[in-house]
Design a protein around this ligand. Sequence first.
Ligand SMILES: [Zn+2]
Length: 469
Amino acid sequence: MSLISQDFRLNKQQPKARGPIRLRWALLAIAGAGIGAVIASTNTETKNDELAADTLPTFKAVTKSSEQLARESFSLSLPELQAQQEILDDANNLSPKQWREYKVKSGDNLARLFKRASIKPQQLDELMKSGDEAKKLTKIFPKDIIRILTDDEGTLQALRYDIDHKSYLMVERENGTLVAKTFNHEIETRNAHASGVIESSLYLAAQEAGISQNIIMELANVFGWDIDFALDIRKGDSFTVLYEELYRNGEKISDGDILAAEFINDGNAYRAVRYTNPQTNVSEYYTPDGKSMRKAFLRTPVNFSRISSRFTVSRYHPVLHKVRSHKGVDYAAKSGTPIYAAGDGKVIFKGKKGGYGKVMIVQHGSKYTTLYAHLKTYNRKLRVGSKVKQGQTIAYVGQTGLATGPHLHYEFRVNGVHRNPLTVKLPASKPVPKRYMADFELSTTPKFAQLDLLARTQQVALAETEVGN
Ligand SMILES: [Zn+2]
């Protein structure tokens, strides 16, 4: 495996910064079209009349996560895959003609697939005993391709399965015994860039610039703390993005990460660059002077239908029939709606508190605490002392305690003092540590220089278009 592909793997494991909640809804709309096209429904029931399903282990096709679906939308078409397969098979000294190809169907499992391939069921047992690597076959997905090689008697000689873009499983008969091994593809990372001007929507501008939905969603995630992509986007806004593309055997298989980007919104330019902390290996986006693009807190910890009560120093309490101050914000939402931790922190209270009903309090560093009340239930894994990550589901909306309907009562305290969660100035996440600033500048200066160049090129192109008109 090359250094590049190892680097890729590290990057992929980094936690993604969460944008504000409202942004996420806008992005869902952007993503909808693309994801809709590749969703494969999964039949979770296995009929017993199929083969000896009850005597054999069943390996069901499972539903893919949205991330997998998003990735899949960039995967290759079948002819492309076949062409690629031939190249790989040549490399493996196997004649491509000998392979038979089977596509995993919705609700499929390996037993059914073997039946279609007319392979004796006992060989499935043998296959599963061919090594730990073969366990990967217990998680096959609809539309996955499994290639099978048999001899004239129908005995399984080899099986090949693409686990993901990066690796594949190869089971081969060696001296009469099936042996399973995983191989990694060489992944090459190439840099790409694109620019666009928004005429009607960010989505269309991205399409015109030839960039994928993945990249545009990432772009919106990076800038989502400064720009409200549902409300703030103006005609004439523009963007430039430098990003990675991943190639295998000379063919593009997917987009990688955004390296640097600029977004001009309503005349204000925002810039971000990806930087990996050399010590923690965590990658995040920063401003040119090393400040985090991310805020330490989500503005809104729930996807709400409306704000049913705002922060006031005095208001009439509908249940207590008294004038009282309201030291938080009420977000009306359906019962059971997930509530997210507003920031990284530690659970310091979980339990009932009078009229608040079920409550959770999270401490963030020494200065901040957030309180979530009228909860229906908690995330069962959390207890007092548990660490939580920003955006993690900590509880669910309910109406326990004194509440007229399901809603989240949310409080934000700074040094013990209640502040209005809707207007309080939210602190930024940690900047680049001082000791890495020199390294940060060294690694990011060329990227900003490239952004400058691209931005200038775009301005020239725009000016020419205007002259042309
Ligand atoms: Zn309230």
